[in-house]
Write a protein that binds this ligand. Structure first.
Ligand SMILES: N[C@@H](CCC(=O)N[C@@H](CS)C(=O)NCC(=O)O)C(=O)O
Length: 195
């Protein structure tokens, strides 16, 4: 099973993190974004959005880190990371959407500007950060994990860009519940250090 991957990408790291925690074997295929490899075949044919990560498992081809987490956990991770019942799945999807929207447009966007000079509005991204971190910190004040009272793909989806916040110029100081959650996740067997 191939993961078209970029080592510094937080979205790709979400997938590598789950694979490491859940002991799922992946063949990493590095994609050189700087030379535009994502805009040429085979990547552009596998993902018309011309982005990584992309997962290829036989005839199954998937884009979007959140979708890939669901597929890997549901197919290869047993019920630990993605439950069979809709209530638990919906609880997790709330956080997958949070990762793909709120986190992507704040912490991730700020990092893209600061680290990779992406043509995005860093001030607008940073303005969204306090609400994102407050919502997360408040949730973690009452819960050890994001969903279902145990580590799930919700944590794999949200953790990367929070852990990489300093690369976007964001301090996590004062968010003690987030810090404790990150330490819990980093202590899990199979944890893969952030890029
Ligand atoms: N929603 C997608 C976003 C993927 C994404 O933004 N990938 C970046 C690397 S982190 C990329 O390939 N950017 C190249 C481009 O957009 O030109 C996901 O969660 O996987």
């Amino acid at each position: 099973m191939k993961l078209y991957d970029l080592d510094v990408s937080g979205n790709c790291y979400k997938v590598r993190l789950l694979a490491s925690l859940a002991n799922i074997e992946l063949e990493l295929v590095p994609v050189d974004l700087q030379s535009g490899a994502h805009k040429k075949p085979p990547l552009s044919e596998l993902n018309p959005l011309q982005q990584v990560p992309v997962l290829q498992d036989g005839a199954t081809v998937l884009r979007d880190s959140q979708a890939i987490l669901v597929y890997l956990a549901g197919t290869y991770g047993g019920l630990a990371w993605w439950p069979a019942h809709a209530r638990g799945q919906a609880e997790i999807v709330q956080w997958l959407s949070f990762a793909g929207n709120e986190v992507e447009h704040s912490l991730c966007a700020a990092r893209l500007v600061q680290k990779f000079a992406a043509p995005l509005d860093k001030a607008a991204a940073l303005a969204k950060v306090p609400k994102v971190l407050s919502v997360l910190d408040q949730h973690l004040k009452a819960n050890d994990w994001l969903a279902m009272g145990r580590p799930t793909i919700a944590d794999c989806a949200v953790y990367p860009y929070v852990a990489l916040a300093s690369e976007g110029g964001v301090s996590l100081e004062g968010y003690s519940h987030i810090a404790q959650w990150m330490a819990r996740l980093e202590a899990l067997p199979g944890y893969l250090p952030k890029p």
